[in-house]
Design a protein around this ligand. Structure first.
Ligand code: IMP
Ligand code: MG
Length: 172
C-alpha cells in the first residue's frame, strides 16, 4: 500500500473543515448526517470540532460495487434517518467519486423538506463526474486511484487505518 495522506494532515484538515462549517452556519442549528458506513470516522472527528447547535444522524447508501471500483445500482436506507423537516442538513461522506451517492441523497433530503442541504467529504477524486453537483466542503483532492483507510474500505477491510493509502495490486 502506498500512503497518500497521513494522520497529522488529516487531523489538521478536519479541524479546518469544522472551523469553516461553524463560521458559515453562524450559530444556526445543523444536522450532520453521516453516510454509512464510509463516513463514520470523519463524522466522529468532524462533529467534535463543529461549534454549532448540532444533531447527528445517519443514512445508509451502498453502490453494490464488487471488489473495487465498478459502481452498480445504488441502494438507500432511511431507517436511521432522523426528522430533517425544516432543518439545515450537512451530508458527510468519505469520498466524492462519481457523485451519484451524494446527488441522490441530496434529492431525498429535499423531498423530506430539509430547509437546506450541503455536502462535506474528506476526499474529492479528480475525475469527470456523472452528476451536476460538487461537494460544498472537502479536505483533499486526490488522483483517480482506489484508496482505503479513515473509513474507506476494500471489500469491507482497512476502514480502521488512521491514514489514507492507495491500494496496490499486491493488497488485493
Ligand atoms: P460515488 O457515488 O461514485 O461518488 O461513490 C461514493 C462511494 O463509493 C463512497 O461513499 C465510497 O463508499 C465508494 N468509493 C468511491 N471511491 C472509493 C475508493 O477509492 N475507495 C473506497 N471506496 C470508494
Ligand atoms: Mg460510502
Amino acid at each position: 500500500m502506498k500512503r497518500l495522506i497521513d494522520e497529522t494532515e488529516i487531523r489538521a484538515a478536519v479541524i479546518e473543515l469544522g472551523r469553516q462549517i461553524s463560521a458559515d452556519y453562524r450559530r444556526r442549528p445543523l444536522t450532520a448526517l453521516g453516510v454509512v458506513t464510509g463516513s463514520i470516522v470523519l463524522l466522529a472527528d468532524l462533529i467534535r470540532v463543529i461549534d454549532l447547535p448540532l444533531r447527528v444522524g445517519l443514512i445508509q447508501a451502498s453502490s453494490y460495487r464488487g471488489a473495487t471500483t465498478a459502481a452498480g445500482e445504488l441502494s438507500i436506507g432511511t431507517d436511521l434517518l432522523p426528522d430533517v423537516t425544516d432543518r439545515d442538513v450537512l451530508l458527510v461522506d468519505d469520498i466524492f467519486d462519481s457523485g451519484r451517492t451524494l446527488a441522490t441523497l441530496c434529492g431525498i433530503l429535499r423531498e423530506k423538506q430539509a430547509s437546506s442541504v450541503r455536502t462535506a467529504v474528506l476526499l474529492w477524486k479528480d475525475r469527470p463526474t456523472d452528476v451536476d453537483l460538487q461537494p460544498d466542503y472537502y479536505c483533499f483532492k486526490i488522483p483517480d486511484v482506489f484508496v482505503v483507510g479513515y473509513g474507506l474500505d476494500y471489500d469491507g477491510e482497512y476502514r480502521h487505518l488512521p491514514y489514507i493509502a492507495e491500494l496496490e495490486e499486491a493488497d488485493r
